[in-house]
Design a binder for this molecule. Structure first.
Ligand SMILES: [Zn+2]
Ligand SMILES: [Zn+2]
Length: 397
């Protein structure tokens, strides 16, 4: 893979015509724009079909008719968002080159147009903007960590990432339990939301039958813990199955044969995560005879151990990102950030510009998610652009 420095990029590409660099599949700019948008309509709706399916799976309950309608509307809007961002890359570049810059430069080729096209996030309703921003901030963290690793400044390992996940889960669960008391809660997409702190007080109890008065649930502790574990285990397995079977849907026999025991890992992680969390909170409630938001700290920390079953860099940093999100929403409500600043939208634009720039210029350290995202949403047009560009670079070097 090619790492494009500013020097080499400008040496190789600055004098190119736009059909050499931006739309290698066709000569005319108008033609390029329309074919790009067509590819992106297909790609964007395909991508969001997967996203919405997973989100519905994670909720883990049947949708009512009203919710189906609601989700379909959101799906349509998300599709428009995706296709506008991806489709406008070619158009913006052609326009910029013809109107303002006569040459391609390191910053105005990807960073600038992709920062501007981030404004399409306004097609999403405000609560989804926050979720999308959360995802992209998390990807920026991943990109930075990978960059530092490539420079030899730090090393990633499953053990270290598990430790990070454990510490940040402890913080996140504590913040989420405090956030439950808040009327204007920030939308967080997490495996599960811990229940609000129970106000009931009772005597400490021994053994493990029934429930303690202080427990934040109605049924017996045993069934509360087992039900949660089984449900999330099922969700984890279903997600892995979707990923494995869907691409081979036309050959069902082969698809089922390709399932392996290792596909249970994600289920073990999800199930273990909620199981350990609930177990620790219940044990603490039973021994103290009262509930406290602070119980989430040891519970979240130990639950983080389950991450070891299916370690991955983007998930390792996810609780950290979500904790930052809760803290900033508190800062926002306290008036520390002015209400009329479009902070979410601006941050999203910056993250998007940076990540898409990384996709083209620093493919080695770009998060996998962004590479797959651009491949799917543009129906592989992004890869065509990338290879034309790499060819140019190799010729010059
Ligand atoms: Zn053009
Ligand atoms: Zn309990």
């Amino acid at each position: 893979m090619v790492e494009a420095s500013k020097f080499w990029f400008e040496k190789a590409c600055s004098g190119c015509q736009c059909q050499e660099l931006i739309h290698p599949w066709t000569k005319g700019c108008a033609n390029a724009t329309s074919s790009m948008f067509l590819s992106c309509i297909k790609g964007s709706y395909k991508f969001y079909a997967m996203v919405y399916l997973i989100q519905i799976l994670m909720k883990g309950k049947k949708l009512t008719k009203k919710e189906v309608l609601e989700q379909s509307k959101l799906y349509l809007k998300s599709g428009i968002f995706g296709l506008t961002v991806a489709g406008s890359f070619v158009t913006l570049n052609c326009i910029f080159r013809n109107l303002f810059f006569s040459q391609f430069s390191y910053y105005n080729t990807v960073l600038l147009p992709c920062t501007i096209s981030g404004l399409a996030v306004y097609f999403e309703p405000p609560h989804r903007r926050i979720l999308v921003l959360n995802l992209f901030v998390n990807l920026v963290f991943e990109y930075w960590v990978r960059t530092l690793e490539m420079k030899g400044w730090l090393r990633r390992s499953p053990g270290r990432e598990t430790l990070i996940f454990m510490f940040s889960s402890a913080v996140l669960f504590y913040l989420m339990r405090r956030e439950r008391e808040n009327d204007k809660r920030t939308p967080i997409f997490w495996f599960f939301t811990p229940p609000r702190v129970s106000k009931e007080v009772g005597e400490p109890i021994e053994g493990f039958e029934g429930r303690s008065h202080a427990c934040p649930h109605e049924e017996s502790c045993r069934s509360y813990i087992l039900k949660g574990t089984a449900k999330l285990f099922g969700v984890g397995c279903a997600m892995t199955m979707l990923r494995t079977i869907l691409p081979r849907i036309l050959t069902p026999a082969k698809a089922f044969k390709s399932l392996k025991l290792s596909h249970l890992k994600l289920g073990l992680f999800f199930g273990g995560y909620i199981g350990i969390y609930r177990l620790v909170v219940c044990l603490l409630c039973r021994s103290h005879g009262r509930d406290s938001a602070l119980f989430a700290v040891p519970a979240g920390f130990l639950a983080g151990l389950a991450f070891r079953a299916a370690p991955s860099t983007p998930i390792a940093f996810a609780p950290l990102t979500s904790s930052l999100q809760i803290l900033s929403s508190w800062a926002y409500q306290k008036g520390m950030i002015p209400k009329n600043w479009p902070i979410v939208e601006v941050l999203y634009c910056l993250c998007q510009g940076l990540l898409f720039h990384a996709r083209v210029m620093h493919e080695d350290v770009c998060p996998r998610y962004i590479i797959n995202l651009m491949h799917t949403v543009t129906s592989s047009k992004a890869d065509e652009i990338q290879s034309a560009f790499i060819e140019k670079m190799l010729k010059t070097m």
